[in-house]
Design a protein around this ligand. Structure first.
Ligand code: NDP
Ligand code: PYC
Length: 332
């Protein structure tokens, strides 16, 4: 694969230009371009520039409103709701997080429901934003059927990611952000594009056979991580990001989607908890004892640490050259 070095500023600008060219207004294009730039910066390549053609497809097909103006509302002291106005999710999220954080600081625990929104990004943005307020964050979102429930071979669950952040005062937060599928679809597509195999157990080919060929899995189905345990968590996400927030289950999402290849409409559930109110003033020091034990163990690293290390490096990123050329054409 040939790559082109591109600065973080140029990554942002390329994404922004593609989005505005396709009809997004300044606020929406800025929110998505920032999410994409942060993903490239942190090495989350499957949710960086790679996603721009999908975002553009939804603007071109008219499925997504590039001029959405989502406004969060305080439903109860501990519940914030944001109707996404059929826009891409990043603007609805960035406009709602502050209200959620203030609610959690008042009530000890608060939730945010986002509906009528199109999520195509990594989830760590939303939970890290809460950790910056010294809050514990949890987020989940569903997708479209791509994953067979454990024991089956037919897609029903989305790749349904969950993300968790634990604030560490004077340090980067502890964050994990993972699909409940063995691998995100984006990662499987990148492996197929770059000619890499994936671990056996990632998914099944079109005839239900186990395979390590990502192109075959894309014609077949992904498996949940951790067999029936991951399957149960994927099911939980279906419920929490669907009926619990007044949104669709993944199979319903697919029935309503126009198959333009971009993110479908769905919901997101985000929870914020104040460990200070919940557990008392020793929460941070107490948690550090666990992190110290983990970091002292041979072969262990904290989730999120790879991304945070990459974030400290401001130098240009190597991006697939064909993708850059495709995006330059879209931006003109
Ligand atoms: P990965 O399997 O790459 O990583 C999952 C988590 O595990 C990360 O927090 C990662 O931390 C951590 N991790 C990885 N290796 C280790 C290790 N050796 N030790 C400790 N921790 C480790 O992610 P996925 O493929 O499951 O998901 C990729 C992205 O796709 C996510 O950001 C997710 O939000 C996104 N996604 C979005 C969807 C949507 O609908 N919007 C749907 C599905 C996925 P680190 O980052 O430091 O490596
Ligand atoms: O990579 O599985 C994925 C995904 C779905 C929606 C956004 N990312």
């Amino acid at each position: 694969m040939s790559t082109t070095n591109i600065s973080l500023e140029d990554i942002y600008q390329l994404a922004f230009d593609c989005l505005t060219k396709a009809g997004a207004d300044q606020a929406n294009a800025d929110a998505v371009a920032n999410t994409v730039m942060c993903a490239e910066r942190d090495g989350s390549v499957s949710h960086g520039l790679f996603r721009i053609p999908g975002y553009i497809a939804t603007l071109n097909s008219g499925k997504v409103n590039g001029k959405a103006n989502p406004q969060p509302e305080q439903v109860t002291p501990a519940l914030v709701r944001c109707h996404g106005q059929n826009g891409h999710a990043p603007l609805a999220i960035s406009r709602s997080i502050e209200m959620l954080a203030q609610s959690a600081k008042t009530c000890g625990i608060a939730a945010l429901n986002i509906t009528h929104s199109h999520h195509f990004a990594a989830l760590w943005h939303e939970v890290e934003a809460l950790a910056e307020h010294n809050l514990v964050g949890f987020a989940c979102v569903s997708y479209m059927p791509a994953v067979a429930p454990a024991g089956g071979s037919e897609a029903l669950f989305g790749t349904n990611p969950i993300a968790f952040a634990w604030p560490r005062p004077n340090n980067t937060p502890l964050v994990f952000d993972m699909a409940t599928a063995s691998m995100a679809v984006g990662e499987v597509k990148i492996a197929a594009r770059d000619g890499h195999k994936v671990p056996m157990g990632t998914g099944l080919g079109p005839n239900g056979e186990l395979t390590d060929d990502p192109a075959e899995i894309l014609k077949g189905v992904l498996l949940p991580f951790g067999a029936y345990k991951g399957s149960a968590i994927a099911m939980m996400v279906e419920l929490m990001a669907g009926p619990m927030v007044g949104e669709n289950l993944s199979f319903e999402t697919k029935q309503n989607d126009n198959a333009d290849g971009g993110p479908p409409q769905g919901g997101e559930f985000i929870l914020a908890i104040s460990p200070e109110i919940m557990g008392g003033s020793d929460w941070a020091n107490h948690a550090e004892k666990l992190f110290a034990k983990l970091e002292a163990m041979e072969g262990i690293r904290l989730p999120g640490s790879r991304r945070h290390k990459l974030r400290a490096d401001n130098s240009p990123r190597a991006v697939n050259s064909d993708l850059i050329e495709q995006l330059k054409t879209l931006a003109q």
